[in-house]
Design a protein around this ligand. Structure first.
Ligand code: AMP
Length: 434
C-alpha cells in the first residue's frame, strides 16, 4: 500500500515525501480511512507506531477547507515534549497549506502563546493545564473545534489529568470528531471514553508486532553491580544512541553524573529540570551531542528520537506493558535495536510476565567477569564539573575524554563469547541498523 491510495491533498503527499515515508505504517493504513470518513476513532497503539501521522494527516486534510485562523483542531498531549513533537510534525505537514499550528504548554511565558493565538491558529497542540489556564483567562476560543485528539490517553490518566480533560471537553462544541490514542486501556480511561467517543472505529496495533526488530537481553545482577555493568557495556559495545531508564528522578540525575564523570557523553531527563534544560537535554540527545540519555518513565514519555540504538533498563519497569513501551523506543520504523535489562532476583516474576508478552525470547546472561571489575580498574574520575548538566561536560570534554581513555587502557578486554555468545566484531557492528 502507498500513501496515494488515501487520496490526500498534494501538499500532504509532498510533506510525506519530505519526511521520507514511503509506505504507511499499519496504524496509518487502518486509521486514516476512518478519520477521513469523519468517524470517531480509538487507536490502541504505542509511541513508535507512526500514530502522529495517522491522526495529523487526515485532520489537516479536513482543515484545508475554509474557514481559516480559528482553532478547529485540538490535540491534547500529556507532556510538553510530546506536544512539541506533534507540533513540529504538524508544521512540516502544513508548511504550504496556509494553516497555522501552535504548541501550548506550561513552563514558558503565556504572553508569547497568547500573541500567537491572537494572530490566528488552526491547530493547537496542548498540555491540559496551560490550555485550561489560557481558557480561564479568555485568551483562547474553543467553540469552533471540529476535531479533538487525545494522545497517550493512558498517560494522561497516570499524570492525573483526567479531571482537566473532562473540563476541556465541556468547553468544546458537542458536534465534533474525536480521536483517542492509548497504548493501554485501564478502566478509568474506558469510562472517560464512553462519554467522549461516539460509535468509534477501533484499530489496534499489537505491541508485539512493533518490537520484532528488537533483540532482548537480560542480565541477572545484584543491585550493586548495575553501574559497573552499565559502564562496561557502554564502552564495550557500539552504542551510538542509548536511552537508559531508572526508577527515580534522583537516580537518573545521579547516574548521568556518574557517567559524565567517567567520560561518557551523558545527560539526564527528569521531572526536576526547567523547560529549558529539558529541551537542551533532548536536543543534545537528538543531535548526538549526548550519546546517552538517562530518564525516568514519566520524563521519557512520548519522546520521539529516531535512531535510538539501545534501550537499557537499569531499573526494571513496573509492568510488562511499560517494558514494551520503553523498549519500543528502539527498533522503530524499519530499524533494528537492542534492549538490555538489568534484573535482580526480586524481578524474577515480572521477567516471566514480560517474556510471555513478547514474541521473541530474551537471552539470559550473567554479569561478565570484566564488568564486575570495571570500577576498580578505572582511574579516578576527572575533576567533576560543578553542575551535573551535560552542558558542563561540553565545557570540559578533553578532561572527560582523557579519563575514558585512561579507563580503557586499564581495562582487560573480555572474551566476547563469554558475554554475548557472539564474536565482538559481529556485535559491535550491530547497532540500530536501518
Ligand atoms: P510516532 O508513533 O508517531 O511517535 O512515530 C514514530 C516514528 O515513526 C517517528 O519518528 C516518525 O517519523 C516515524 N514514522 C511515522 N510514519 C512513518 C512511515 N510511514 N514511514 C516511516 N517512518 C514513519
Amino acid at each position: 500500500m502507498n500513501f496515494n491510495e488515501f487520496q490526500l491533498n498534494n501538499h500532504l503527499i509532498q510533506a510525506i515525501q519530505q519526511c521520507g515515508y514511503t509506505a504507511p505504517t499499519p496504524i496509518q493504513q487502518q486509521a486514516i480511512p476512518f478519520i477521513l470518513a469523519g468517524r470517531d476513532l480509538l487507536g490502541l497503539a504505542q509511541t513508535g507506531t507512526g500514530k502522529t501521522a495517522a491522526f495529523i494527516l487526515p485532520t489537516v486534510q479536513r482543515l484545508m477547507s475554509a474557514p481559516r485562523s480559528r482553532v478547529r483542531a485540538l490535540v491534547i498531549a500529556p507532556t510538553r515534549e510530546l506536544a512539541e513533537q506533534i507540533h513540529e510534525f504538524t508544521q512540516t505537514v502544513i508548511r504550504h497549506t496556509g494553516l497555522r499550528s501552535l504548541a501550548i504548554y506550561g513552563g514558558v511565558s503565556k504572553s508569547g502563546q497568547i500573541a500567537k493565538i491572537r494572530q490566528g491558529v488552526d491547530i493547537v497542540v496542548a498540555c491540559p493545564g496551560r490550555l485550561l489556564d489560557l481558557h480561564n483567562d479568555k485568551a483562547i476560543d474553543l467553540t469552533r473545534v471540529e476535531v479533538l485528539v487525545l494522545d497517550e490517553a493512558d498517560h494522561m490518566f497516570d499524570k492525573g489529568f483526567l479531571p482537566d480533560i473532562r473540563r476541556i471537553v465541556q468547553r468544546l462544541p458537542i458536534r465534533r470528531q474525536n480521536l483517542v490514542f492509548s497504548a493501554t486501556m485501564p478502566a478509568e480511561i474506558k469510562h472517560l471514553l464512553e462519554n467522549i467517543l461516539e460509535n468509534p472505529a477501533t484499530v489496534q496495533i499489537n505491541p508485539s508486532r512493533s518490537v520484532k526488530s528488537i533483540s532482548h537481553r537480560l542480565f541477572s545482577v545484584n543491585q550493586n553491580q548495575k553501574t559497573n555493568l552499565l559502564m562496561y557495556l557502554l564502552s564495550e559495545e557500539a552504542m551510538p544512541s542509548t536511552l537508559v531508564f531508572t526508577r527515580t528522578k534522583h537516580k537518573a540525575k545521579q547516574l548521568a553524573q556518574k557517567l559524565v564523570n567517567a567520560g561518557f557523553r551523558a545527560t539526564s531527563l527528569q521531572g526536576n529540570l526547567s523547560q529549558n534544560r529539558r529541551q537542551q537535554a533532548l536536543e543534545g540527545f537528538k543531535t548526538g551531542a549526548y550519546t546517552i540519555l538517562v530518564a525516568t518513565d514519566i520524563a521519557a514519555r512520548g519522546i520521539d528520537v529516531t535512531g535510538i540504538s539501545h534501550v537499557i533498563n537499569f531499573d526494571m519497569p513496573d509492568t510488562a506493558e511499560a517494558y514494551i513501551h520503553r523498549t519500543g523506543r528502539t527498533g522503530r520504523a524499519g530499524c533494528t535495536g537492542d534492549a538490555l535489562t538489568f534484573a535482580t532476583s526480586e524481578d524474577k516474576r515480572l521477567v516471566q510476565v514480560i517474556e510471555r508478552s513478547l514474541d521473541t525470547s530474551m537471552s539470559h546472561l550473567e554479569v561478565p567477569q570484566p564488568a564486575s571489575a570495571y570500577a576498580s580498574t578505572m582511574p579516578p574520575p576527572p575533576v567533576a564539573p560543578k553542575n551535573t548538566s551535560a552542558t558542563t561536560l561540553q565545557g570540559s570534554p578533553k578532561g572527560a575524554e582523557k579519563s575514558l581513555q585512561g579507563a580503557r587502557k586499564h581495562r582487560r578486554r573480555p572474551t566476547q563469547s563469554n558475554i554475548f555468545g557472539l564474536p565482538l566484531a559481529a556485535r559491535s557492528k550491530k547497532s540500530s541498523a536501518c
